[in-house]
Design a binder for this molecule. Structure first.
Ligand SMILES: [Zn+2]
Length: 153
């Protein structure tokens, strides 16, 4: 993982389509989560996040701009292709984040690295098409929740 710190590596091959990690738990309001822990959460609605158990795999899964997994539903991490033994498990955080001001410097090292990870709404149409419906369920919804209007108005 190098500069990225900790990550999750598979000790067994994983076939495309297999569920790898699930984020479960009661969604919490963003502002009730300590700031230093928000990066470990998965977003399940515009203002709601699920925090994985500290130290669990979900806590440590890193972002990649060229990931081997995708997110489906509120928080299921699914293998997007066959994954070899010893590969790091990654998904694209931008397919989960709907928080407009979100910005994280990317250290994924992929050829297609975007340099900065931002919200889904900053992805190019080409990248959005590549992921299709393999994004967080709440991002598939058309309506913008009232809470977001309040935050941005
Ligand atoms: Zn990257």
């Amino acid at each position: 993982m190098g500069r990225k710190g900790l990550g999750v590596v598979t000790t067994e091959p994983i076939r495309s389509g297999t569920m790898v990690i699930g984020y479960y738990g009661r969604p919490k309001w963003i502002w009730s989560i300590p700031e230093d822990q928000r990066n470990f959460c998965v977003q399940v609605d515009y203002d709601r996040y699920v925090m994985p158990r500290r130290g669990s795999f979900g806590w440590y899964v890193n972002h990649s701009c060229d990931p081997n997994c995708v997110i489906r539903g509120p928080g299921r991490i699914i293998a997007w292709r066959d994954i070899r033994r010893g590969e790091e498990i990654t998904f694209d955080y931008s397919t989960n984040v709907g928080w407009e001001p979100y910005e994280m410097k990317c250290l994924c090292g992929a050829k297609s690295c975007r340099g900065v990870v931002r919200s889904y709404f900053h992805l190019s149409s080409t990248i959005r098409q590549k992921y299709g419906r393999n994004i967080s369920a709440y991002l598939l919804g058309r309506r913008t929740p009232h809470a977001v209007h309040l935050l941005y108005s």
